[in-house]
Design a protein around this ligand. Structure first.
Ligand code: KIV
Ligand code: ZN
Length: 381
């Protein structure tokens, strides 16, 4: 089994489905270029039949971006696939991403098909997509809630028809990590031709488990992860690219896999996507949140100032952040205050420092953060 994990970024497709997000063509191109530069392997640029804007996005990125696979989403319908094939014409390595639901819920309520009918439609879609490319990804929507034996049957049939990547979406964010790992591992164990395709994790975050499920899927044998920058996407979003990449970096002892992503670009890309989509990144967001490398309590500050590893598992430089921050608050201790004053060029006798510390605590009790301007006022009084 290869230890390389392919990063499939769907910020421009599933991510753009976030309520309230609409990216212009130049913005999509800017994001696309940045993703290529950062080392993403596959960019899902849109759903070409869904709108002229999506068609244009897929065809422009297909023409403009090199060194990356460009993917267009389709339903399992000939017309969708023809339109995607057309949009992908200029791509160096075009991928068609087609498929349909596999859970009984989707079959009954949405598709109004029997399992057998849906299987036939799916196989026909893959065969049709082969007119345009050999790089075909098949998605089994709502795999997380589907009957396992039916999933195995679908995987075997669509691989025989020509699919080279099998996407196993937990569309509704329903599974928990052990289950999702078993789903992937089960496909590998029970589908005789599963070694002919790469299995892909596509997890939604409805229960806050998208990243955990994706990582579990990789442990189960998946070698592609479908992610978005900042985890944006339908409802509660998708798996966050930056979280998965950094889990592989920081816990390489455990996962033993690699991506091509240059982690030092993660923070800049997160900021860019946040700016262009208008989707704010929560301060405490893992890896790229404003507080991710900030320490506020005295106990933590004392530890970090003695040795960063006491409270920081990610060195900020690894994601392109400048440095850890010591935030002075009412919970900060002497060590934090002394450190900041020294950084500002102030050094005091112990006696004078004790006076300042007492006054600092009074000020800190009146506000959430004591900034450099406050400190200047304190020392000049
Ligand atoms: O969540 C999902 O199932 C999807 C598919 C269209 C791949 O986004
Ligand atoms: Zn999705």
């Amino acid at each position: 089994m290869s230890d390389r994990v392919y990063v499939f970024d769907t910020t421009l497709r599933d991510g753009e489905q976030s309520p309230g997000v609409r990216l212009s063509m130049p913005e999509k191109l800017e994001i696309g270029r940045t993703l290529v530069d950062m080392g993403v392997d596959i960019i899902e640029a849109g759903f070409p039949i869904s709108s002229p804007g999506d068609f244009e996005a897929v065809s422009t990125l297909a023409r403009e971006l090199k060194g990356v696979q460009i993917c267009g989403l389709t339903r399992a319908r000939e017309k969708d696939i023809d339109v995607a094939g057309d949009a992908l014409k200029g791509a160096e390595n075009p991928r068609i991403h087609t498929g349909l639901g596999v859970s009984d819920n989707h079959l009954q309520h949405k598709l109004k098909m029997t399992r057998e009918q849906a299987l036939e439609v799916g196989v026909a879609a893959v065969r049709h997509a082969k007119k345009y490319t050999d790089n075909i990804e098949y998605f089994m929507e709502d795999s997380g809630r589907a009957d396992r034996d039916y999933v195995y049957t679908v995987v075997e049939a669509v691989i025989n028809a020509g699919a080279t990547t099998i996407n196993v979406p937990d569309t509704t964010g329903y599974t928990y990590p052990e289950e999702y790992r078993a789903l992937i591992a089960g496909i590998k164990e029970n589908v005789p031709n599963s070694d002919k395709a790469i299995l892909s994790c596509h997890c939604h975050n409805d229960l806050g488990m998208a990243t955990a499920n994706t990582l579990a899927g990789v442990l189960g044998g998946a070698r592609q992860v479908e992610v978005t920058v900042n985890g944006i996407g339908e409802r509660a979003g998708n798996t966050a690219l930056e979280e998965v990449v950094m889990a592989f970096v920081i816990r390489s002892d455990y996962f033993r896999v690699e991506t091509r992503i240059d982690s030092q670009q993660l923070l800049a890309v997160s900021k860019m996507v946040s700016r262009l989509t208008g989707m704010m990144v929560q301060r405490n967001k893992a890896v790229v949140g404003a507080n991710a490398y900030a320490h506020s309590s005295g106990i933590h500050q004392d530890g970090v100032l003695k040795d960063r590893s006491t409270y920081e598992i990610i060195a900020p430089e690894l994601v392109g952040a400048e440095k850890s921050e010591i935030i002075l608050t009412a919970r900060s201790g002497r060590h934090g205050l002394k450190h900041r004053l020294a950084e500002m060029g102030f050094n005091f006798t112990e006696e004078r420092f004790e006076e300042l510390y007492a006054r600092f605590l009074e000020v800190a009790d009146t506000k959430s953060e004591v900034g450099d301007d406050d400190l200047r006022v304190l020392v000049s009084a």
